[in-house]
Ligand binder design. Structure first.
Ligand SMILES: Cc1ncc(C[n+]2csc(CCOP(=O)(O)OP(=O)(O)O)c2C)c(N)n1
Ligand code: SF4
Ligand SMILES: [Mg+2]
Length: 251
């Protein structure tokens, strides 16, 4: 491919993406997940009835870039707010976009209860193992040995406890219809993650039940790593604790 061709592909906007400008760090995985989300919503022709509910985090910047309706709620509360939205607008394609700090640390009760109730919504959890937006503190999802601003010597089970595998918990509940875990650090896993998101939206919009996709994303800044080392770090650490794949497909 020519240099011009590369630039064209790299700078192409996703469907429903209004701008290529964002303030996220180089090497951040979140924008890749955003693109997949927007492609899925466009391909399923849900743009006109999609309503996203976001918490607080670096990923929240999507609301300024995407041509779909969003509302923001208190940290961790997105599945509860999305429940209300879906119940007053049953025809809407309601989803939450949240970080691991938002879901695993601040709002574990909300996501578990929404799953247990079988709400017809989709939760996308972007897991980078840190509270990225506030400077890279440890979350309940940080992996053992992970260095964060609040675990400089590495997460240690004795001191900090063990990582909370949210996807596994959601899959254990009868109200969840679909649970999968993907990543955005390689071309193959990116394509697979898009398929997971698509299935999750189809089942929730189709009224089958609560659907959940965890996406492992890179945060080189919070991991104290050079930008290019993010994808490899994800392979060697997160994917050991959080294996990729479909955890559940229908009840
Ligand atoms: C109740 C509450 N506690 C803490 C904060 C501060 N806060 C804002 S963003 C954020 C980090 C979010 O981390 P995560 O959900 O993992 O998203 P990321 O930034 O990593 O994408 C925190 C702790 C807040 N806004 N509200
Ligand atoms: S701090 Fe991490 S999650 Fe936030 S924009 Fe930077 S790389 Fe992305
Ligand atoms: Mg995070």
């Amino acid at each position: 491919m020519t240099d011009g061709g590369r630039k064209k592909v790299a700078s192409a906007l996703a469907p429903l993406q209004l701008s290529g400008e964002h303030h996220l760090c180089p090497g951040c995985g979140h924008p890749v997940a955003w693109r997949l989300l927007l492609e899925v919503i466009a391909e399923l022709q849900l743009a006109g009835r999609a309503i996203g509910v976001v918490g607080h985090g670096c990923y929240t910047n999507i609301v300024q870039l995407a041509d779909i309706d969003f509302l923001q709620c208190l940290h961790g509360r997105a599945p509860a707010v999305a429940t209300g939205v879906k119940r007053v607008q049953p025809e809407a394609a309601v989803f939450t976009l949240q970080g691991d700090g938002d879901v695993a640390s601040e709002g574990l009760a909300e996501v578990l209860h929404a799953a247990a109730r079988g709400e017809r919504i989709t939760t996308i959890m972007l897991n980078n193992g840190v509270f990225g937006d506030t400077g890279g503190q440890m979350t309940a999802a940080s992996v053992i040995g992970q260095r964060t601003k609040t675990s400089l010597d590495g997460r240690d089970a004795e001191t900090h406890g063990y990582p909370v595998p949210v996807a596994d918990l959601v899959a254990s509940l009868a109200g969840s219809a679909y649970v999968a875990r993907g990543s955005v650090n390689h071309a193959g896993s990116i394509a697979q993650t898009k398929r997971y998101m698509k299935r999750a939206f189809e089942l929730a919009v189709g009224g089958v039940g609560f659907t959940f996709v965890e996406v492992l994303t890179m945060c080189p800044t919070g991991w104290f790593l050079p930008t290019a080392d993010g994808p490899g770090y994800l392979d060697g650490t997160f994917e050991q604790t959080y294996p990729l794949g479909v955890l559940k497909d229908c009840r």
